[in-house]
Design a protein around this ligand. Structure first.
Ligand code: OAD
Length: 241
């Protein structure tokens, strides 16, 4: 692994980029990450609030957990990392696919027009009877809140452990033809997202990690930028042709 330079990155007019973001990109906006010290998984058991089994056992507790997360969104703002990625998206258009594991809406509020939310979205609910019934929802969910289309109960539109992430076909297609891959603010602990850099590497893409902590000698990462996303992402975007 080498320190990032624009020369080593070598991004050209025909290059195609996939960006994967994780909780670290929203940390400076004030949203807690999951696995850092003080992270969400210190206060909550994954099995209780982020699995279908936990929801079946105690739907009220799970709904309340996501109500709290949804409430937090009204107190936070996108940071310069979200905004820089949105600017890059405007420049690269269809040559960029932005994939996030985050369920917040800070990429959209930062200006990104297309975001693949592979782990779902806080501001949506999904029908428990028919998964095609998905609605926008910004308030406090009540356990009996009915699906507007069929009246069944609803759940947060979140991908829990043991479930299949969203948009995997589009993401795999983009990974197969990308020339460059960047992952930002993720601990790379959760699959399939943790495997994206391996897929990119296998097709010959250059792989860049921008993170507070970097894994020394990761065989699937070519270049690193160590630091806070809110500072380093705008600098990296500025260095792009
Ligand atoms: P994690 O909490 O596992 O990792 C956050 C990463 O961000 C760590 O590697 C930190 O070093 C880094 N980080 C923290 N602050 C940063 C900053 N200001 N700038 C740059 N990097 C920073 O979060 P994720 O990898 O996103 O899934 O977690 C992946 C998935 O695990 C989540 O989507 C969620 C969780 O369980 C589900 O709930 C399904």
């Amino acid at each position: 692994m080498k320190a990032y330079t624009p020369q080593l990155w070598n991004f050209g007019p025909k290059s195609k980029l996939v960006i994967l973001t994780g909780a670290g990109i929203s940390a400076e906006s004030g949203i807690r990450t999951f696995r850092d010290s003080g992270g969400l998984w210190e206060d909550h058991r994954v099995e209780d609030v982020a699995t279908p089994e936990g929801f079946a056992r105690n739907p009220g507790m799970v709904i309340e957990f996501y109500n709290q997360r949804r409430l937090e969104l009204s107190h936070v703002r996108p940071n310069p990392a979200h905004e820089a990625i949105a600017c890059l998206g405007n420049r690269l258009a269809e040559r960029l696919l932005l994939v996030t594991q985050n369920i917040d809406n800070l990429h959209e509020r930062g200006g990104s027009k297309q975001v693949e939310h592979m782990h779902g979205e806080l501001l949506k609910l999904r029908c428990l009877r028919d998964e095609r019934h998905v609605i926008d929802f910004a308030g406090v969910q009540n356990i009996d809140f009915p699906c507007p289309q069929c009246g069944a109960k609803m759940r947060p539109h979140i991908v829990w452990f043991g479930e299949i992430p969203f948009d995997m076909d589009a993401i795999q297609d983009a990974l197969q033809c990308c020339t460059h891959f960047v992952f930002v603010g993720t601990s790379s602990q959760v699959y399939p997202a943790a495997g994206f850099r391996k897929v990119a590497k296998a097709v010959g893409a250059k792989v860049l990690c921008i993170n507070l902590e970097v894994e020394a000698d990761d065989p699937y990462t070519d270049l690193i930028i160590q630091g806070k996303a809110g500072i380093e992402v705008p600098l990296w975007v500025d260095s792009m042709p």
